[in-house]
Write a protein that binds this ligand. Structure first.
Ligand SMILES: [Zn+2]
Ligand SMILES: [Zn+2]
Ligand SMILES: [Zn+2]
Length: 355
């Protein structure tokens, strides 16, 4: 991917997965007309360097870390193969578990996938066995998922350090641990009580030790949690960000996993996004242009299901609660102006005349 931007090889879309796994593009891929920019206040953004047509593939990003999120892991067909190079959903009759029995949610398609993942899983296995069930019981599924995702990020950081880290897409987009460190979000982005709660969890469960060998300080781990919470994606079976919302509305389905993507995380939110996103069947995040995009235009996804949060107030409350920002996208600004205009009209109305 180091040819000139106009070359045919770059304009070609990557081979996406096929059901027999024969044409899998394990490498991340970014459209040659998609670039990173930095703007005041919002920080990083994705934008089109030239026009992009509706339906064009914009990005396929490979997760740095993924965790499954299913209700009954022992009998669910929704668990993903733990091998990051594979990541398919596994049928419960056929898959293999960890010989150490660390956690029901840790599965692989077969022995080959398991053996190929020995180094990465070796990092998390002792930690999962020691803390997995007890964290779930004491703190619930959400906190457990957050902690496990952080452990998987640390595991990949370790694997990368061993020289098996992924390559980069030219010079344009960073990958790996380097990209994770650049994510927006810090302790300043979250409430004091939230940061206190994460600090307590980090000190209790994520300190570097024989069970979790890493060299980050408590403060660095908490900072990592703040970045992960602001940038991780839920994985859903159907598209997120279809706009306008079809009538009747189609939701994105039940979440089955959560993941951290080095490149996809750069996309900002809009309530009228020009990108739809959906994971493929290997857990890779796929961005597609949902309308024509002009040169210079910012490329945005929706951080939530637009069919579920419709009204301006509902959208803003949701984003404030989960992502800690006030949305000022075109749709929000237009709807806000219309609301204000309506209020002014109400205030200006003469009361009691002829009623
Ligand atoms: Zn597999
Ligand atoms: Zn294990
Ligand atoms: Zn908005």
């Amino acid at each position: 991917m180091n040819a000139s931007p106009e070359s045919q090889s770059q304009l070609q879309s990557p081979a996406l997965s096929s059901s027999d796994g024969s044409t899998v593009a394990a490498e991340p891929w970014v459209h040659p007309h998609l670039e990173q920019g930095v703007v005041p206040i919002k920080g990083r953004q994705l934008r089109a360097s030239r026009c992009i047509s509706k339906g064009e593939l914009l990005m396929v990003d490979v997760p740095f870390a993924v965790i499954p999120a299913v209700d009954y892991p022992d009998i669910s067909d929704g668990l993903l193969c733990s091998n990051p190079a594979c990541g398919v959903q596994t049928l419960y009759q056929y898959r293999v578990n960890c010989p150490a029995g660390c956690l029901d949610d840790v599965v692989w398609c077969d022995e080959e996938c398991r053996d190929g993942d020995a180094l990465r899983h070796g990092f998390e296995c002792v930690w999962l066995k020691r803390f997995g069930a007890s964290i779930r019981k004491k703190w619930g599924e959400y906190d457990f998922g957050m902690l496990w995702l952080i452990v998987r990020v640390l595991a990949m950081r370790r694997v990368e350090g061993e020289g098996e880290g992924e390559g980069q897409v030219g010079e344009r987009f960073k990958g790996g641990w380097e990209a994770i460190q650049d994510f927006c979000g810090s302790t300043e982005s979250w409430s004091h009580s939230q940061v206190r709660a994460w600090t307590a969890l980090a000190k209790r469960y994520l300190r570097g030790s024989a069970a979790l060998p890493h060299n980050l300080s408590d403060e660095e781990v908490v900072a990592l949690i703040c970045r992960e919470e602001a940038n991780s994606f839920g994985l859903y079976p159907r598209e997120t960000g279809v706009f306008p919302v079809p009538d009747p509305p189609v939701d994105r389905g039940e979440q089955y996993a959560a993941a951290v993507y080095p490149r996809a995380a750069i996309a900002n939110h809009s309530c009228s996004p020009n990108i739809m996103h959906k994971p493929d069947d290997h857990g890779r995040m796929v961005f597609t242009a949902s309308r024509d995009i002009a040169a210079g235009e910012e490329c945005c996804i929706s951080y939530f299901d637009l069919s579920q949060c419709v009204e301006l107030r509902a959208r803003r409350d949701h984003l404030q609660k989960l992502f800690r920002f006030v949305c000022r996208c075109d749709r929000c600004t237009t709807e806000e102006a219309a609301e204000e205009q309506q209020q002014e009209e109400w205030v200006g109305m003469p009361f009691g005349e002829g009623l």
